[in-house]
Design a protein around this ligand. Structure first.
Ligand code: AGP
Length: 608
C-alpha cells in the first residue's frame, strides 16, 4: 500500500526521494509526492499518477535541498487526486508529513481542530497529523511527536519535516513498519528497506511507539516517554536480483521464471539431507505439542487463502488432523472452541495484511497456538505469531503473486508432513514424496518452457469478457487461484470453482465466448474432469485443458491444451499453476494492461 521515504544528508534529496518512490512502487499506489526543505520554506510537489510521469514535471530548481520526504499513496480516505496526495501540510505550511496506515480517531480530531478554527483542505486523515504536529511544535520535535502519539489512535508510520528544523526528520511508528538507515553524514527512513538501496550502510527497525530523530550527524531513538534509547543497527545487504527485472519486460514474468530455483532452495533448506526429516527450526512447537493438535485453521486473504485451501487438504490427508481454510477477514475467535489444541496457521506474502494479523491476534488471545507461513521475516504478523515458517521466495515485486503462491503451497505441504511426522505417520509419506520433491524444480522449468503453447491460447481468449476455471481435489485451489490471476491483471471477469459444482449453477454461463479452463489432474479426478469437459463442450463451450504432456484424451475432448509434466498429485497444483500464471500474463499483455501494478490493487493490504 502506501510507501514512505525520507532523506537527510549533504547531497540533493530529490533524486534519492524519487528513486525511493520508484523502489516502493511495487506496493501499488495511485499518487506520489515529495517535500523538500529549500531556502527557509518547504516546497511540495505531488499529484495523482506514476512517479515516472510526475517527477519530470516537478520544478527542480525549487526542490533543491538536502532534506526531504517522499510518499506513494494508495487511497483510503478520499479519492486519488493532488489535494489528497501526500505530503500533507498544516495551514501555515510549516509542517509536511507523509503517512502510512490509518488514524482511527480521525473524525473526532478533525472536528476538534475545525472547531478551533483550523482549516482543512484535504479529505485525508493524514492532514490531522500535520495540524496536530504544527500546534504541538514549540522547538522540540520529540516533545511535539509525543503529543501527537498521545492524541492519536490507530496504526501509522509518520515522517515529519518542519520548516524551522530544515535539517531534521522525525519518524514515528505505531503499528506500521518503518526502518531507519544510516551512512556517513546521511540519515534515511523508509517503510521498506528496499527504498534505502544504495544509500544506507546500516539499518534498524523502528519499534512500536518510538520516535526517531534523523539529522546529518546521526540518528537518535526515543521512547513514547521521551527517554533516549540505545539501538543496535545491522549492516544492510541488498539482493541485487530484487532491484532489477534482469532483462524481463515485467516483474511478473521474472518472478514466474524464478520459481524453479526458489522451490529448489526451499526443498534444500527444509529437508535434512542426512536424516531425511523436515526441518522447521522456528516452528516454536515441540513434537508433543504438534501431536496434541486436534484441529488446524488456516487463515489468509486472496491468493494466500487459496494456498490455505490446499494446505487444509494436506493436513487432513497426510497428518490426519481436521483442518479448514477460513478467509482471515471471516475468522471468528470463539474462545470456547479455541485453546492450545487448536493450531491457527496464518499464511501471508507480505506479513502485513491487516485481516490476517487481526485473526492471529484474536486466535492468540483465545489461547490457540499460532504459526505464520510468511515471506517477510521482519513483518507485523511475524512478530505476532508463536512460530514461523519462512517461504523463502525472496522479494516479490509484482502485485499479483506467483512465486510466493507456489512457495506457500510447498511450505504448507512440508508443514503438514512435519505435523504428520510428529504424529508418527509422516516419515513414510516424506520418503515416498522425496524423489518427486527433488524433481519438482525441473518439472516447473518444463512447464515454463511450454510458454509458446500458452501464447497461442492467449491469442484465442484475450477478447473474452468472462472465463470459468474448474478443478478437483487439490486443484480446486489451482482453479480459484488461476481465475484470481486472470481477473487481477487482465480485468477479465473470471470465476474458479470445484468442477463438481459446475452443473449446480455455473453451467448456465457456458457458451462459446466464455472460455472454460479445466485442470484435468490424474486418476479418478481426471476421469471426472473429462466428463465435466464433455458437459461444457456439449453446450458449445470453448475448453482449455491443463493436461499431462502425453494426455491424448485431453487433445480429443478439449479445444486447446496447456501441456504440463505429470508429477506426484500433491505437487501437481504447483506445476498446474504455471501455465495459468503465464496465461494471465499473456492475456494482460495483449490487452495492454499494467501487469505489475494492476488498477486498484496494492501489494500489502494494511487496512481491514
Ligand atoms: C495476490 O495475487 C493478490 N495480490 C492478493 O490476493 C494477496 O494474495 C492478498 O492480498 C494477501 O496478501 P498477503 O499474502 O501479503 O497477506
Amino acid at each position: 500500500m502506501c510507501g514512505i521515504i525520507g532523506y537527510v544528508g549533504a547531497g540533493e534529496a530529490l533524486p534519492i526521494l524519487v528513486e525511493g518512490i520508484r523502489l516502493l512502487s511495487y506496493r501499488g499506489y495511485d499518487s506520489a509526492g515529495v517535500a523538500v526543505a529549500h531556502d527557509g520554506a518547504l516546497v511540495v510537489e505531488k499529484d495523482k499518477g506514476r512517479i515516472e510521469d510526475l517527477a519530470p514535471s516537478w520544478d527542480r530548481t525549487r526542490l533543491r535541498g538536502s532534506t526531504g520526504i517522499g510518499h506513494t499513496r494508495w487511497a483510503t480516505h478520499g479519492r486519488p487526486n493532488r489535494v489528497n496526495a501526500h505530503p500533507q501540510q498544516d495551514a501555515s505550511g510549516d509542517v509536511a508529513v507523509v503517512h502510512n496506515g490509518v488514524l482511527e480517531n480521525d473524525i473526532a480530531l478533525r472536528e476538534e481542530l475545525e472547531a478551533a478554527g483550523v482549516p482543512f483542505v484535504s479529505e485525508t486523515d493524514t492532514e490531522v497529523f500535520a495540524h496536530l504536529y504544527a500546534r504541538a511544535f514549540r522547538g522540540d520535535p520529540v516533545a511535539a511527536a509525543r503529543e501527537v502519539l498521545a492524541r492519536c489512535h490507530g496504526r501509522f508510520g509518520l515522517v515529519f519535516l518542519h520548516r524551522r528544523l530544515p535539517g531534521t526528520l522525525v519518524a514515528v511508528r505505531r503499528g506500521s513498519p518503518l526502518v531507519a538507515g544510516t551512512a556517513e553524514g546521511v540519515g534515511l527512513v523508509a517503510s521498506d528497506v528496499r527504498a534505502l538501496a544504495g544509500h544506507a550502510d546500516r539499518a534498524f527497525e523502528i519499534e512500536e511507539d518510538e520516535i526517531v530523530v534523523l539529522t546529518r550527524e546521526g540518528v537518535a531513538v526515543y521512547g513514547a516517554d521521551g527517554v533516549r534509547k540505545a539501538r543496535a543497527s545491522h549492516p544492510v545487504t541488498y539482493d541485487d536480483s530484487s532491484l532489477g527485472k534482469g532483462g524481463f519486460p515485467h516483474w511478473m514474468l521474472k518472478e514466474i521464471h524464478e520459481q524453479p530455483d526458489r522451490l529448489a532452495d526451499l526443498v534444500a533448506a527444509r529437508i535434512d539431507p542426512v536424516h531425511g526429516r523436515i526441518r522447521l527450526d522456528e516452528l516454536g512447537l515441540t513434537d508433543a505439542e504438534l501431536a496434541a493438535v486436534e484441529r488446524v485453521d488456516l487463515v489468509g486473504c486472496g491468493t494466500a487463502s487459496y494456498a490455505c485451501m490446499y494446505g487444509a487438504r494436506a493436513f487432513e490427508a497426510l497428518a490426519g488432523v481436521a483442518a479448514r481454510m477460513v478467509p482471515a477477514s471471516e475468522f471468528e475467535a470463539r474462545a470456547e472452541l479455541l485453546g492450545p489444541r487448536r493450531l491457527v496457521v496464518a499464511v501471508s506474502q507480505s506479513g502485513e495484511t491487516a485481516d490476517t494479523h487481526a485473526a492471529v491476534e484474536a486466535a492468540a488471545r483465545a489461547g490457540a497456538r499460532t504459526v505464520g507461513v510468511l515471506n517477510v521475516r521482519a513483518s507485523r504478523i511475524a512478530r505476532s505469531v508463536g512460530g514461523f515458517v519462512d517461504i523463502h521466495a525472496g522479494p516479490e515485486i509484482c502485485v499479483a503473486s506467483t512465486k510466493v503462491y507456489t512457495g506457500m503451497l510447498l511450505s504448507l505441504l512440508l508443514l503438514a508432513l512435519r505435523v504428520a511426522e510428529a504424529r508418527g505417520r509422516g516419515h513414510g509419506a516424506l520418503a515416498a514424496l522425496r524423489p518427486a520433491l527433488d524433481a519438482l524444480p525441473g518439472a516447473v522449468r518444463r512447464a515454463i518452457a511450454a510458454h509458446d503453447q500458452v501464447r497461442e491460447v492467449a491469442r484465442e481468449v484475450h477478447r473474452a469478457q468472462n472465463m470459468l476455471y474448474i478443478g478437483r481435489g487439490p486443484d480446486h485451489a489451482t482453479a480459484v487461484e488461476g481465475a484470481m490471476k486472470m481477473k487481477e491483471i487482465s480485468y477479465i471477469h473470471a470465476e474458479g470453482f470445484a468442477a463438481g459444482e459446475l452443473k449446480h449453477g455455473p453451467i448456465a454461463l457456458v457458451s462459446w465466448d466464455v472460455p472454460t479452463v479445466a485442470i484435468l489432474g490424474q486418476g479418478e479426478a481426471r476421469t471426472k474432469m473429462l466428463a465435466n469437459v464433455r458437459e461444457v463442450r456439449a453446450r458449445d463451450g470453448l475448453v482449455i485443458a491443463v493436461a499431462g504432456e502425453d494426455d491424448a484424451d485431453a487433445r480429443k475432448v478439449a479445444d486447446l491444451v496447456l501441456p504440463v509434466p505429470v508429477v506426484d498429485p500433491w505437487l501437481a497444483p504447483l506445476v498446474h499453476s504455471i501455465p495459468l500464471q503465464l496465461l494471465a500474463y499473456d492475456v494482460a499483455r495483449r490487452r495492454g494492461c499494467d501487469i505489475d501494478q494492476p488498477r486498484n490493487l496494492a501489494k500489502s493490504v494494511t487496512v481491514q
